[in-house]
Unconditional design. Structure first.
Length: 277
């Protein structure tokens, strides 16, 4: 991970894709029903221990989010899936639909390293099965698509700690670099945005092409990190179908690299720091 990130940072300094990264639009809150129309399949995940993430429906009973959302940041243990609630289209204190999570799968290739451990983005995915389907005309699941290319325009819909009462959309941000299951993006994310869907518009319709894993700062420039989606999602779908690898609340051994509470840094020359959003 560390070697690849150094290469990705070099790519950032010379990025000049089809659309310049500086053309990214600002976050815009979806405060009204009209503004939120079509995005109700994105929702807020309330996690039993008091945490919050973002998730998105990919089927009437399935929600996609980040794997690290399934861990209690205080204890490092896996949370009980039944303590999680998905609030589709949550806005101004009300949701279009709310469901508890019945069971969940965390990608087996993901290793939680704790709040002070070395960052892992690849395979940072979890699939949540809801207690019952959401079938409403205004709450539709999103299709998933192929990994976006470098320079491609994408967008993100997310919640965050300072905007947890309504989702916000950034309609235009860009893929700055990609390699080994990780995307570096110009998208604006913050704490609570973990698991947020990253969209690409294909034939006029949004498709989920990645999921927010972390936010970062590179030489004073804010970026975000997303995980690869196609193969890991197919693997998790198969696991959920055959009942293998289901999450059970536990306290696994955490691989901690550093024992302080400061933002994780790579070598002193890269000017980068990373935080889980």
């Amino acid at each position: 991970m560390r070697i690849w990130l150094a290469a990705a940072f070099a790519a950032l300094t010379s990025f000049s894709g089809p659309a310049n990264a500086e053309d990214a639009t600002e976050l815009s809150a979806l405060m009204t029903a009209y503004e939120a129309r079509g995005w109700e399949g994105v929702g807020r995940l309330n996690i039993g221990w008091g945490g919050m993430c973002t998730g998105a429906m990919i089927a009437p009973r399935l929600v996609l989010t980040a794997a690290h959302c399934m861990y209690d940041s205080r204890s490092g243990g896996l949370v009980n899936p039944t303590s999680i609630e998905f609030h589709a289209g949550f806005r101004n204190g009300r949701a279009s639909a709310s469901r508890k999570v019945r069971r969940a799968v965390v990608h087996p290739g993901y290793v939680f390293t704790g709040t002070d451990g070395e960052l892992q983005v690849s395979n940072d995915l979890a699939l949540l099965e809801l207690s019952s389907e959401i079938r409403l005309s205004n709450v539709q699941p999103f299709p998933t698509g192929k990994r976006p290319r470098k320079g491609q325009q994408v967008g993100v819909v997310s919640y965050a700690h300072d905007r947890d009462q309504s989702p916000s959309i950034q309609e235009v941000c860009h893929v700055l670099a990609r390699q080994r299951g990780t995307l570096v993006l110009s998208c604006d994310v913050d704490f609570g945005s973990s698991g947020a869907p990253i969209f690409a518009v294909v034939d006029g319709k949004p498709q989920i092409v990645s999921v927010v894993s972390a936010k970062a700062e590179v030489r004073g420039r804010k970026v975000s990190l997303g995980t690869n989606l196609e193969k890991p999602l197919a693997e998790m779908m198969a696991m959920l179908q055959d009942g293998s690898g289901l999450v059970a609340a536990s306290k696994p051994e955490i691989r901690t690299v550093r024992g302080n509470n400061q933002p994780r840094r790579l070598n002193s020359g890269d000017g980068a720091k990373f935080l889980r959003p």
